[in-house]
Design a protein around this ligand. Structure first.
Ligand code: IPM
Ligand code: MN
Length: 376
């Protein structure tokens, strides 16, 4: 018996999460375990009514479970950043979900915009650091006299770095800093290497921008090399993030496990989602291996499609597979992935983003049918 808290969230969240639940219930039946869902009404509606984002009590309660199932957050009635920071990032940080695991895998029958590449070539995983870097976001905006004071403080640092004088008369300035800690880098890089070792993947690529942000990513590289030394049979390399975006398109087959700091990991996984067939097919897991993890599609709440039963639920269903794998139900997770693969390969039931006109719920139903039909 697994108790799983579920946050359907905003926009299309409730529709896609319904399909995910349906599919997990189907594999639970096949594998002989029970699931009890514990719904949480966290999101824009409640925020607009009561001003509550997520309460300390809710966080404490959620902390009793191994894995949370999340739909999507975001609403045009709420200023950008409020729900993201107050709910999504709050959950990731509160539960110290330091790994954001994002498989980039093109499944058979799915179109990729990359010419001459197929499922053989597009099959890797991005391990995104999920609690540090520029997501710390400490900083401020300074106007008028305050701006001048801040610039005076920065002048000397700037001079040491560039041997140039900084302009000190700006009307308004802003800065936000990023932080990489040795421990923070170590745990996520080690996760990437141990994943590679466990899955027999021969290479780990570290992503950074150490040629410019040499302090933060210099530390990141030092830690990477220390960790790599513990895994002598795994090949390693560094990629600058700009070059990574180029290589993801040109030679995706090169990659196995890619480990990236938070912000670069965010950016390259949207690109990854595109090459695997679109955001409708891209799942993610926010993982704390010793605590409470959280699984979600990497796309947003797509408000303009909300309530229409047309969006692709596969990213969420796939995230559900990652969730039950995290709970230890590896065979059940495999059954979900096989169900997704069968439906995509057959190509009869697919949503508009994949060139079809099936409904959200029809995709979930069809995956359930494959799962139940595949039992013998
Ligand atoms: C993601 C999203 C979030 C992020 C936003 C919504 C805060 O883009 O999960 O990739 O930047 O991590
Ligand atoms: Mn993102």
């Amino acid at each position: 018996m697994y108790k799983i808290p579920v946050i359907p969230g905003d926009g299309i969240g409730p529709e896609i999460i319904n399909e995910g639940r349906k599919v997990i219930e189907a594999v639970a039946e096949v594998e002989g375990f029970d699931v009890e869902w514990i719904p949480y009404d966290i999101g824009a509606d409640r925020y607009l009514k009561s001003g509550q984002l997520i309460s300390e009590d809710e966080l404490k309660e959620l902390g009793q479970y191994k894995a949370i199932y999340l739909g999507s957050l975001g609403d045009p009635r709420v200023e950008p950043g409020i729900l993201e920071l107050g709910i999504l990032l709050k959950l990731r940080f509160y539960f110290d979900q330091y790994v954001n695991l994002r498989p980039i895998k093109l499944l058979e029958g799915v179109w990729t915009p990359i010419k001459d590449k197929g499922p053989e070539e597009i099959d890797f995983v991005v391990v995104r650091e999920n609690t540090e870097d520029f997501y710390i976001g400490i900083g401020d905006r300074f106007k008028g006299r305050n701006s001048k004071v801040q610039l005076e403080l920065l002048r000397e640092l700037y001079q040491v770095r560039f041997d140039l004088d900084i302009e000190t008369s700006s009307e308004e300035i802003a800065y936000q800093i990023g932080v990489i800690s040795k421990e923070g880098a170590e745990r996520v890089i080690d996760y990437a290497f141990s994943l590679a070792a466990r899955k027999g993947m021969e290479r780990v690529t570290g992503v950074d921008k150490a040629n410019v942000l040499s302090q933060m990513y210099g530390l990141w590289r030092d830690v990477f090399l220390d960790v790599a030394a513990r895994y002598p049979s795994i090949e390693t390399e560094f990629n600058f993030v700009d070059a990574t975006t180029m290589w993801f398109v040109k030679n995706p087959e090169w990659y196995r496990v890619v480990v990236a700091p938070n912000l670069f990991g965010d950016i390259i996984t949207d690109l990854g989602a595109m090459i695997q067939g679109g955001l409708g097919l891209a799942p993610g897991g926010n993982i704390n291996p010793d605590g409470t993890s959280m699984f979600e599609p990497i796309h947003g709440s797509a408000p303009k499609y909300a309530g229409k039963n047309v969006v692709n639920p596969i990213a969420t269903i796939w995230a559900g597979a990652m969730l039950i794998e995290q709970l230890g139900e590896v065979r059940a997770a495999e059954r979900i992935i096989t169900g997704i693969k069968d439906v995509l390969k057959e190509g009869k039931v697919r949503t508009y983003d994949l060139g079809g006109n099936s409904k959200t719920s029809e995709v979930g139903d069809e995956i359930v049918r494959k799962i139940l039909g595949g039992v013998n």
